[in-house]
Design a protein around this ligand. Sequence first.
Ligand code: AMP
Ligand code: ZN
Length: 468
Amino acid sequence: MKIYNTLSKRKEEFVPLEEGKVKMYVCGPTVYNLIHIGNARPMIVFDTVRRYMEHKGYEVNYVSNFTDVDDKIIAKAIEEGTTAEEVSQRYIAECKKDMADMNVKPATTHPLATQEIDGMIDMIQTLIDKGFAYPVADGTVYFRVKKFKEYGKLSHKNLDDLQSGFRSLQVSGEDQKEDPLDFVLWKPKKEGEPSWPSPWCDGRPGWHIECSVMSKKYLGEEIDIHAGGEDLVFPHHENEIAQSECCNGKQFARYWMHNAFLNIDNKKMSKSLGNFFTVREVGEEYDLQVLRFFMLSAHYRSPLNFSRDLMTAAKNGLDRIVTCGTALKDYAAAASGNATEEEKKLMGELQGFVDKFDAAMDDDFNTADGISAIFELVKFANTNVNETSSAEFVNAVFDTLKELSDIMGLIVVKEEEILDADIEALIQERQDARKAKNFARADEIRDQLLKQGIVLKDTREGVKWTRA
Ligand code: AMP
Ligand code: ZN
């Protein structure tokens, strides 16, 4: 499996630190608003990377943070007359809902910056002790960039060029810095802001230190993959490398993966430009499976322009796969028996589609070619499976389609939702069973409904039910 590594600017063979295991960290969103579909791109792309790694047999430890302390969260809390915590908790819940609707798996761990302050203070202290950081009179702590000779290795920037660029940018009030390149690790609190005590002043952490600390705590000092959108390469990821490698004395991450932007009218979709659609808005018009398919129809390192035409094309493409899946499900329900000689021969061709799919994904996760392999399988199924096919053959084709689609996070066959009328009928049957003192049957019905997400509650007015 080859991965394009931003560090070397080349595709490299993936070799995990520990056989059979992948440690992966993906920078998550700052939670002060509903996420937009630009934020959804790394979520969908790296969830697909994870799913493919799992399909290859790796055990993936996938960590993705929520940045829940930040100027924008505080500004929103002030605007609404509430606390930063209330704002961030609300948007974390909303984000998790969007992720579920896009079929993005929950991370192994979703750490919150505000829960990891002690670890951040420890890392900053270590950096000070090692001479890589220094506090100034007002209690701000800065990282001493020039002390880290490899600074710039990820963004391929040269320290001297950075130096001249930054000189003109020096912000007033930052004149306590030794050098314009130095960045903040800890900053003093302002009135009304959340803050934590520290050896330097009451205050809060800078953004970059969060990820170094959470990655170390949940994955260890050395990890396999660190990922995020390409805007994070500099300064965020460059600064994370500086902090982690100076603190731990080890290479931080072996492979650095960055997705290109989702654009609109060929401009980056972003909250600050105001040219964005939230996932929620898009979800009102399309099933979010369509958004997922749209994202995966391009390579993750190519810019992708959001347009109605492309979403329509994505919808049509997804429909072809889902229609095939539904037909296979129906054939499977009615079919019986073992494969004929002819079908056995055809079954021998199935591995070819999987191999084609794997070859595409092994080449730096070429999801566009992976989807083409799925389309070829769909064509094969449409040509060769029908109501006379044996169960063995239908199931073999159906399983292959489900397996490949699942790696893309595409749901081929939705579990059917139980209808209200069927629920009422089962509840009535349960009441009758109880009256007849057939409690085993009554319990069986309750459990059956529970499995389908229906919760029963016995009240004085009779049985009430809710969908979980
Ligand atoms: P933020 O909340 O701005 O820190 O962004 C969270 C994640 O979304 C980061 O990995 C960003 O790089 C990524 N991101 C933000 N906007 C876009 C966009 N228009 N296209 C692709 N990725 C984006
Ligand atoms: Zn980060």
